[in-house]
Design a protein around this ligand. Sequence first.
Ligand code: FAD
Length: 459
Amino acid sequence: MRERLLMQASVLEPPSHRSHRTSVAIVGGGLLGLTLALRLAERGDAVTVFESAPALGGLASTWQIGDITWDRHYHVTLASDRALRGLLGDLALESQIEWTQTGTGFFTDGRFHSMNGLLDFLRFPPLNLIDKLRLGLTILYASRIADPTPLENTSLERWLTRLSGRRTFEKIWRPLLRAKLGERYREASAAFIWAIIVRLYAARRAGLGSERFGYVPGGYATVLTALQARLEAHGVEIRLGSDVAHVGSSADGKGVTLTQAGSSGEDFDRAVLTVPAPRAAQLASGLSAEERRRLQSKTYQGIVCASLLLDEPLGSYYVTNLTDAWVPFSAVIEMSALVDRRHFGGRALVYLPKYVAPDDPLFEHDDAAIEEDFLTALERMYPHFKRSGVRAFRISRVRHVFPVATLDYSRDVPAISTSIPNLFVVNSSQIVNGTLNVNETVQLAERALTELTNPVVSR
Ligand SMILES: Cc1cc2nc3c(=O)[nH]c(=O)nc-3n(C[C@H](O)[C@H](O)[C@H](O)COP(=O)(O)OP(=O)(O)OC[C@H]3O[C@@H](n4cnc5c(N)ncnc54)[C@H](O)[C@@H]3O)c2cc1C
């Protein structure tokens, strides 16, 4: 009855007063843009996604390595990833997650050490008992800090040295920080390590004390296929290979005009940029000087990440942390220690990530040079490793992956609403005191939704 009345009312309404579907352009078809697109389309908006790459997924996109399709960068889901598991639940994939207990290793002074539990920790040779005690207490103490705000104005190096001691900082912390942040660890605040420790603790708690990591069979290819199907079912238009060159106010000043290189502009009621902060500043050149400064000042780390398909695994750990400076990559990630090898035709899938600054010369090295360098290091580290067992080797390069948590980061976070009416910026630079992962990305999308409907503009 109520529905009939509503229908009658809409027929009686003059056309100009009929409810208009808000048209929204989302720039970036990564998980942030796609989650936003889904939630906006569910609310009834007419959504168009512009993605410059030929496929969806961004950092979580998939590719062919040898004869298998898997993620371009390694991904795991933690038991504590509630927002992500919620999204997977909406896509009927949450129940398919396969959980595995994985191991962590350390490669230090040319030797491998297991790091799975107290006994391993006590046996860990590079540190003496007092150093170990201080290191253990540092991690425990960090895990108990509820409000990281005071850590934001404390230098990461100073904080870790004070708690763990200079020797442990030099031997363990500095190499690990360098692996992820390069020399920029010097600019980072203590909140950076706090976020990592808290995430791992939450995972352990949710995994009932053990390090259980999960994945959806098929990897992110399965997730992205389901997400795309759901978006299309909601009428979302997905435009691949669509590189947006400029975004600004529309001629009537009410909406937003999107321009792609070599084409005329297209108007939308609203637009959301989900691209990395420096790119957002380039696209929206009409933002205020202060807005552009905030976006441009974020110090991003990039990545050169090799995927290897091997006949045999290298070791048994999911993550092997490296502290020896001569190794040319940041860590060894054995996806096949987590994912059943039958998904890889019985072979082993390994990632060798190297985190670097966006202007690092490594981005200019050709594939053959990187492959030679990385394989030579593997031969030195794993005596049983044979080049003849390498079935495929592929390299991904991304200049903007995550912004470094510099001192007082939260005081200078770019706003979601902008001074250009109905233009919004939502990206990883707004993840404060967290690590970059899909759970944070989905949470950010959900948080941004509220602001998209109630913009708060600060110029
Ligand atoms: C090596 C690595 C390992 C990771 N491991 C994990 C893990 O184990 N677990 C986990 O949960 N998360 C992990 N992540 C993080 C996860 O991938 C990210 O949280 C997530 O993919 C971020 O999505 P996004 O949409 O914010 O950004 P992006 O994926 O960067 O999406 C931005 C999109 O914008 C597009 N774009 C840029 N400019 C334009 C333009 N001008 N016009 C149109 N489109 C444009 C890009 O092509 C891209 O697709 C990992 C990431 C990396 C790199």
